[in-house]
Design a protein around this ligand. Structure first.
Ligand code: NAP
Length: 283
């Protein structure tokens, strides 16, 4: 028997419609600033998709392209300047960054109240402390899909593969907040399938195409595939072989799963920030 497909496009459209309604009611156009310092093709594609989606919901997307030769100080100055600009509601910094700079090291310059992709380490810290903060949009998208399909979380054995600050760690935190029993795996985990095979809920964010196959998931498990790995033919492959969907109870597709929901939530966070909700307050 084949598992359920937990598609994200319809949910993303519902989220965008809600944002569009709020933007129309607001009577002004919230702006999202996207700071980029890379010529990376995948990043450029992502920025275009944010700009396109923003346009459909009445959010202005302001691209600030600093080019790959820019230094870290100029990046942080730009983030601070945009954060201080009353006309801008949300600020995000695209990766990869020049010179191998770490996102967390530079994103501290984004005001937590405008940190709509939860990149400022203060946002992650506040999240861990149970204080209001914007979670990274991808981590929020994982939870949004699980909630949309009414997947129970409390008491569930959840395994997260990946421990990055943008996906793995915040997903683990959000699942913990929802009373799941969470195990986090990474590249040094010994015998990965022996752990993933115990998961009732499996979230995979390793960035390795088809890292896990049908034998690595438990029968009936709910599997969220965050992976978005470019393929030679210009497509995208997930971290989970789609054949695993036949053994799992449910699997998100790639493309069309977590990706569109992530973009929609980035816009929702921008709207939240424009209305003064979200991260950074005294909580
Ligand atoms: P990342 O920063 O490269 O982190 C990857 C994580 O996976 C690391 O913690 C790494 O372990 C772990 N890992 C790598 N190989 C592994 C292996 N063989 N076994 C077990 N763990 C392994 O990547 P990321 O930014 O979190 O992104 C992960 C994936 O999600 C990528 O495919 C990315 O494109 C995708 N993504 C999708 C969206 C979306 O909206 N759909 C958004 C963001 C990211 P170590 O810590 O030990 O190195």
């Amino acid at each position: 028997m084949s598992g359920r497909v937990l598609a994200g496009r319809e949910l993303a459209a519902t989220i965008r419609a809600g944002v569009a309604e709020r933007a129309a009611d607001a009577g002004h156009r919230p702006a999202l600033a996207v700071v980029s310092a890379t010529e990376d093709e995948a990043s450029a594609w992502y920025v275009r998709s944010i700009a396109k989606a923003a346009g459909t919901v009445g959010i202005e997307c302001r691209l600030v392209d600093l080019g790959p030769a820019v230094g870290p100080d100029q990046i942080t100055d730009t983030l601070a300047r945009l954060s201080a600009d009353d006309r801008i509601s949300g600020v995000i910094l695209q990766t990869p960054l020049p010179g191998g700079a770490r996102l967390a090291a530079l994103a501290g310059a984004i005001d937590p109240g405008k940190d709509v992709d939860g990149a400022n380490p203060r946002s992650l810290g506040r999240l861990a402390a149970g204080l209001p903060a914007f979670p990274p949009a991808t981590a929020a998208a994982v939870l949004a899909i699980l909630d949309h399909y009414r997947v129970p979380l409390a008491g569930r054995r959840a395994v997260v593969v990946g421990r990055s600050t943008v996906v793995g760690k915040p997903v683990a935190q959000l699942l913990l907040d929802r009373d799941a029993t969470v195990t986090v795996c990474h590249s040094r985990t010994v015998d990965l399938p022996s752990v993933t095979g115990t998961a009732e809920l499996l979230v995979v964010a390793a960035g390795r195409a088809h890292l896990l196959g049908p034998r690595d998931v438990a029968p009936g498990a709910v599997v969220v595939d965050v992976g978005a790995n470019p393929t030679p033919d210009g497509g995208l492959a997930g971290d989970v072989d789609p054949a695993a969907g036949q053994r799992a109870g449910a699997l998100t597709p790639v493309p069309g799963g977590v990706g569109p929901v992530t973009t929609a939530l980035l816009l929702q966070h921008t709207m939240d920030a424009a209305e003064g909700a979200g991260g950074g307050g005294p909580g």
